[in-house]
Design a binder for this molecule. Structure first.
Ligand code: SF4
Length: 483
């Protein structure tokens, strides 16, 4: 039996919470009436390095150099390793999902934060060399500083104290955390809005002169190497306003907490729920093979996720930070990294409400008859999330764009949550062993729809020696027929 069928067989009940579904639909409709979500938007990273984005969209066919590719892959790998250190911090929480400027009156920009520790936003960066202090950050990495400051502006809470954490990209992976205190939110907001305006103007007029020099000009950029950009003629963007708006200080305490967390986790490998569902994909990522399906995002889907996530947060069912800390502390499987979304679910039996995990999903289902239960993938995701925290109940909020933006709030209960945890753990054990021994046969194939339309780089390998990947190749079929 496939993993999806296997785990979804633990579902005891998955029923639509009609009242919650209706409230959400009304709220979404009202919000949409108030705010016109722009069709085109920039990401925060574009605003923090506008010249780079300008040349990227103008010459999208330029391939990244091997050096740039290697750096990107190394960065992703180190992020995976560091993830477990952040997760082990007492105040850790993740707010997965998109920050959309439309909710704070800056339409046309989006971004997503790395971590939240307590109230603060944390941005993590790997570098060849660690910055000594504030001046190095402002001189060499202003794009990282701006990115973090822009997130703080886009977050509805506007957190004042945030952190920029740098890690050396060679062993022993030394860390340096800087506290970034926003002294003047208005100035940062003006900077972000101004940058968005310049980007729009530059693209409309096909003129890069107002965007300054790409901030990767000196550290390696394919557009510079190919002589495509005009950065050699440009001055670096000014950091004068940024300097007046923030205070940067090395945070010894946070650095040492992170160093302790790093040293406490020798192996440093954590896995997502997607890795459990598709362990061969996780194997691929650990071998640093490019998996294009990992990084593509669908803007329309992101828009729906942001809108629905936002109205859910406004339901006033949010637990307090203390309650979140308590429930997060009950995590039973430290190898799993799970984006945490919690809500206090009211029910007649539990007066104060029960804190349960929830997922926000966009469904491509078109037929109302099929929209009576979440899909097996989403049920599996929720089952593993619940099992990891010892919860037997959770919620899935799904929006159906093909059904007139219909919303379903599914309350899902599970039968044997310990059984789910045991099953997930056995996959994690196999995954660790497969990565160590380079033996793909220890892992079950991914669900078929994850083969990236047959372009998955492991397709041949998965199908050879009768390993039977998600899609059988011609050679594998021939091999099978020969047996
Ligand atoms: S070929 Fe299929 S089973 Fe193999 S890694 Fe790719 S998606 Fe997974």
């Amino acid at each position: 039996m496939s993993i999806l069928r296997n785990i979804s067989s633990f579902v005891k009940d998955a029923r639509v919470e009609e009242s919650l579904s209706a409230i959400l639909k009304q709220k979404l409709k009202a919000e949409k009436g108030l705010r016109a979500i722009p069709k085109n938007y920039f990401y925060v990273t574009h605003a923090a390095n506008p010249a780079k984005f300008y040349w990227e969209q103008k010459h999208s066919q330029v391939e990244k150099t091997d050096k740039v590719n290697r750096k990107l892959l190394l960065g992703k790998r180190l992020e995976r390793i560091a993830n477990s250190w952040f997760r082990s911090l007492p105040d850790f929480s993740v707010e997965e999902g998109v920050l959309d400027g439309v909710w704070v009156d800056i339409p046309g920009v989006r971004g997503s934060v790395d971590y939240r520790i307590g109230e603060s936003i944390v941005e993590f960066k790997t570098k060849d060399a660690l910055p000594e202090g504030a001046e190095t950050i402002l001189e060499k990495y202003p794009q990282d500083l701006e990115q973090l400051c822009f997130y703080s502006i886009l977050h509805p809470d506007n957190p004042k104290e945030n952190y920029l954490v740098f890690m050396n990209n060679t062993k022993p992976y030394q860390l340096r955390a800087f506290k970034i205190t926003i002294l003047d939110h208005g100035r940062i907001k003006t900077l972000l809005k101004g940058r968005l305006g310049l980007l729009k103007k530059a693209i409309a007029e096909d003129n890069s002169s107002m965007l300054g020099r790409c901030r990767y000009y000196e550290s390696g950029c394919e557009y510079c190497d190919e002589g495509i950009c005009e950065c050699s003629k440009r001055e670096p963007l000014s950091t004068d306003s940024l300097r007046k708006a923030v205070e940067i200080s090395f945070d010894e305490k946070f650095t040492s907490e992170l160093e302790k967390a790093k040293n406490a986790q020798k192996d440093g490998s954590t896995f997502s729920i997607r890795d459990v569902i598709a362990p061969r994909k996780a194997y691929l990522a650990h071998k640093d093979l490019e998996d294009s399906s990992n990084w593509t995002s669908d803007p329309r889907k992101e828009e729906y996720l942001a809108s629905l996530g936002n109205v859910i947060r406004k339901l006033s069912l949010n637990p307090t930070n203390e309650e979140i800390r308590e429930v997060a502390g009950q995590m039973k499987e430290k190898r799993l990294r799970i984006p945490q979304k919690w809500m206090k679910l009211k029910s007649s039996g539990k007066e104060n409400g029960e804190i349960v995990p929830y997922l926000v999903k966009v469904s491509s289902v078109k037929d109302k008859k099929q929209a009576t239960r979440p899909g097996d993938y989403h049920l599996t995701e929720l089952a593993i999330t619940c099992a990891a925290y010892g919860k037997s109940r959770g919620m899935i909020f799904a929006i159906y764009p093909e059904m007139g933006d219909s919303i379903r709030a599914y309350e899902v209960t599970f039968n044997n949550i310990n059984g789910v945890l045991k099953y997930a753990r056995s996959i994690l054990d196999s995954l660790e062993k497969a990565i160590k021994t380079e033996d793909l046969s220890l892992l079950h194939p991914c669900p078929q729809f994850m083969s990236d339309g047959g372009k998955c780089p492991l397709l041949e390998q998965c199908s050879k020696d009768l390993l039977r990947g998600c899609v059988a190749t011609e050679s594998a079929i021939a091999d099978l027929q020969a047996t």
